[in-house]
Ligand binder design. Structure first.
Ligand code: NAG
Ligand code: NAG
Ligand code: NAG
Ligand code: NAG
Length: 346
């Protein structure tokens, strides 16, 4: 079966495997210690090359985690970097750049499409509309307007294509949200776990399209319940305007209401600049008190919600909370914010 397996190393971190008439290109990425996601295949082999050949011949394989010590080869269907529950040392991660035969590429990273994987979707809605993505919740590459490189985002492709901008999942390891201005601008965390996509990335996603809608989704209580609501006309200005936030309207979901902790009356954050502890526009040390960045008010109240606070603690202000309609809730289990192009029909 294996007529010829040859390996060409070019650059340090990119390699090509030619296998059964197929040309598979891989690029080395990073391994982080975090909650590991489910692999689609896992088996021991002495050679990394064999592991990559298994990936090439496994439908949907787009990433490899290889442990040089235990010789375990694990294959995954998406993602740029590898996450592991164990020590990072001795493990290497590669992701598929493309798997092509003479005629076309049969497998591109999710978000890339075209005969030679030459195109990239602009946001998650673009992927669903063009029908070039799997209709599930998964990480994907998108290419931001005015940018030449693709970034990885978490997408919900199933409901028209929503792009996650914040995920706080109580069942995944907590990460620190009390971070600097530049970290909030660039983004931080792991796409499949807890993350903040980054103000500059969000600004660039919405820049080229007339209107976006924000969905706020909350899981809370015991037994667990959920609630969600929509903010239409969501916009974030650029860095010159300190990423000021705007919403045109609030649409309550009558069956699973969250209430409105963002734009209710005098506590509306509409038009507020973003603040972090090292660049604070609140005048009341709100980022320091709440323990995270946000579009805080210039008011001692700071905000009716703390979505970027820590998950537990005995100080009310700095623990994540939500005040309106759901009551004074500190028993949040998860909190997610995702955006959608409003002008598209779905
Ligand atoms: C931000 O937008 C304003 C106009 O809305 C523009 O004048 C300014 O040059 C922009 N800044 C950057 C860094 O793109
Ligand atoms: C807005 O705030 C008022 C006063 O705090 C509250 O009674 C009302 O329920 C809030 N509305 C929503 C939609 O959350
Ligand atoms: C957040 O970090 C800043 C800077 O280190 C610190 O002053 C502040 O107390 C922290 N806030 C919380 C709630 O931990
Ligand atoms: C919400 O509840 C906490 C803890 O019971 C309390 O410390 C806090 O003051 C309450 N906040 C409001 C605005 O009611």
């Amino acid at each position: 079966m294996e007529r010829s397996v040859r390996i060409i190393i070019y650059l340090y971190s990119c390699f090509v495997v030619v296998f059964a008439g197929r040309d598979s290109q891989y690029v080395q990425t990073k391994v982080y210690k975090e909650f590991e996601s489910q692999s689609i295949f896992s088996e021991k082999t002495d050679s990394l090359l064999r592991c990559s050949v298994w990936c090439s011949s496994t439908v949907d394989c787009r990433r490899i985690l290889y442990d040089k010590e235990t010789k375990l080869c694990s294959l995954y269907d998406q993602g740029e970097h590898c996450l592991t529950d164990e020590a990072v040392i001795g493990k290497v991660c590669f992701r598929v750049l493309s798997i092509c035969d003479e005629a076309h590429c049969e497998r591109c990273p999710i978000g890339f499409y075209g005969d030679r994987c030459q195109h990239v979707i602009e946001d998650c809605a673009d992927g669903t509309r063009k029908n070039v993505v799997p209709l599930t919740i998964t990480t994907s590459f998108i290419r931001l307007s005015s940018s030449s490189h693709a970034i990885e985002v978490l997408c919900d492709f199933g409901h028209g294509g929503w792009t996650f901008i914040l995920t706080r999942d109580g069942s995944r390891p907590e990460i620190n949200f009390n971070r600097t201005w530049s970290e909030y601008v660039r983004g931080f965390g792991y796409r499949g776990g807890n993350h903040w996509l980054g103000l500059e990335n969000v600004h660039k996603i919405i820049e080229n399209h007339p209107r976006f809608k924000l969905q706020l989704f909350i899981r809370y209580g015991s037994p667990a319940r959920m609630a969600f609501s929509h903010y239409s006309g969501f916009y974030i200005c650029n860095v010159t305007d300190n990423y000021k936030i705007f919403f045109a309207s609030f649409d309550e979901n009558p069956n699973l209401p969250t209430g409105n902790s963002f734009t209710n009356g005098s506590y509306s954050i509409n038009g507020r600049p973003f603040s972090t502890y090292d660049r604070d526009y609140s005048n009341y040390d709100c980022p320091g008190r709440f323990g995270g960045g946000w579009w805080f008010l210039d008011d001692p109240v700071c905000s009716r919600a703390n979505v970027n606070g820590r998950r537990s603690g005995d100080n009310f202000e700095s623990t994540w909370h939500w005040l309106d309609n759901l009551g004074n809730r500190t028993d949040l289990l998860g909190l997610f914010m995702k955006i959608f192009r409003e002008t598209d029909n779905y």
